[in-house]
Design a protein around this ligand. Structure first.
Ligand SMILES: *Cc1c(COP(=O)(O)O)cnc(C)c1O
Length: 360
């Protein structure tokens, strides 16, 4: 029987989340509210623990995707925390939403028609160039000629969303900003304004208005939007060694037998795989930290395990020793760059099988 747990561990460093939250806060004027985006279970890191922690740091506005996420979140946040629902709600959910201090986002005139007359708090999302969600031009014209449609709502924010907030020099940022200001003025509805995501915070105070909506920067991904070292990694993914074996030159490793052992070495199989978000593309250059040495991932990443070449490790190694796959030495952003995706996707893919440990 194994004398150790075979479970991989996802460590979430609350002190780093705090540092990132305070770094963001420092960028803002006192009038700007720092809202936390905790959709998709806090980008996979656990909204049940992270949202109350952010509340404790002073955050009172949270964003989720759906009413299901909002209801889950409400079990961990007192009623004074407003929970904004990006995809809105159905008409028959309005009594529940009012009772629970949920604030649906109205993305179109049909959302307005559906919820009007209910005296509910809401945000109005106008599209300024994403062409994804939010009032398009045709719906904005309808709204302008029928402003009383909004009369029964308590409009908290008029919001829009940046397409290129993570690219500082992109001309679309300034264009969206100007369009947002113009559209808000033309609408003539008195409400607070919300525009920037994490990237937008680092574009300067012109972009901040009354509320910013930040996810990535709190969780330590998308770090390139800030100067080096400003946004910190918040996670460590580790998995224990299940088996160690010696291999001779000429042997192969894993599915497809596509990795050929060139010189005799030692391999360690660790209990983390693509079902835990360590995607197969990692094979092409990913590594893990074991006993202070960087070990190459060799052969295909399997669903539940991957294999490391541990021939370079000087320290003695044993079954159950933990190898780190993501951490300060290889962040989710680094892993993303290596595998052709973004840090967001790496985090939200980590999945349910980890033992989650919150430290700091
Ligand atoms: C997800 C999302 C955000 C958060 O973006 P980050 O880049 O993670 O800060 C903000 N606003 C909207 C509308 C979103 O969908």
């Amino acid at each position: 029987m194994q004398s150790f747990s075979a479970k991989p561990v996802l460590e979430i460093k609350l002190d780093k989340i705090k540092a990132n939250f305070l770094t963001l806060k420092e960028k803002l004027d006192a009038r700007t509210s720092l809202a936390s985006v905790v959709k998709a279970n806090s980008y996979g890191l656990g909204a049940d623990r992270i949202a109350p922690y952010l509340y404790h740091l002073g955050c009172r506005e949270f964003y989720v995707t759906s009413i299901d996420e909002a209801l889950d979140l409400r079990r961990h946040l007192s009623l004074d925390a407003g929970i904004y629902i990006l995809h809105g709600i159905a008409k028959d959910e309005t009594p529940l939403a009012i009772e629970q201090n949920f604030i649906p986002v109205l993305n179109s005139m049909s959302d307005v028609e559906s919820l009007k007359g209910t005296k509910i708090k809401a945000s109005l999302h106008i599209d300024t160039g994403m062409n994804r969600l939010g009032f398009d031009n045709a719906d904005l014209q309808k709204l302008k000629s029928n402003r009383q449609a909004l009369q029964s709502f308590d409009i908290k924010y008029i919001m829009s969303h940046l397409a290129c907030g993570d690219e500082k020099g992109h001309p679309k940022n300034r264009k969206q900003l100007e369009d947002f200001k113009n559209l808000v003025q033309e609408l003539g509805i008195k409400a607070k304004l919300s525009f920037a995501n994490s990237g937008g915070v680092f574009l300067g105070q012109d972009y901040h208005f009354d509320q910013v909506r930040t996810g990535a920067a709190i969780y330590g991904i998308g770090q390139k939007v800030a100067a080096v070292g400003v946004i910190q990694n918040t996670i460590s993914v580790k998995a224990p060694i299940l088996q160690i074996r010696d291999v001779k030159a000429g042997e192969t490793v894993g599915y497809g037998a596509n990795y050929l052992v060139k010189t005799p070495t030692k391999l360690a199989t660790i209990s983390v795989g693509y079902a835990d978000g360590i995607i197969r593309a990692f094979e092409g250059g990913g590594c893990a930290l074991l006993g202070g040495s960087k070990c190459k991932i060799v052969g295909r990443v399997s669903m539940d395990v991957l294999v490391l070449d541990v021939g370079c490790v000087k320290a003695p190694i044993a079954l159950g020793d933990m190898a780190e796959v993501l951490g300060d030495f290889q962040t989710a952003d680094d892993a993303a760059a290596l595998t052709g995706t973004i840090g967001y996707e790496i985090l939200t893919n980590l999945g349910q099988r980890y033992k989650k440990v919150y430290t700091g």
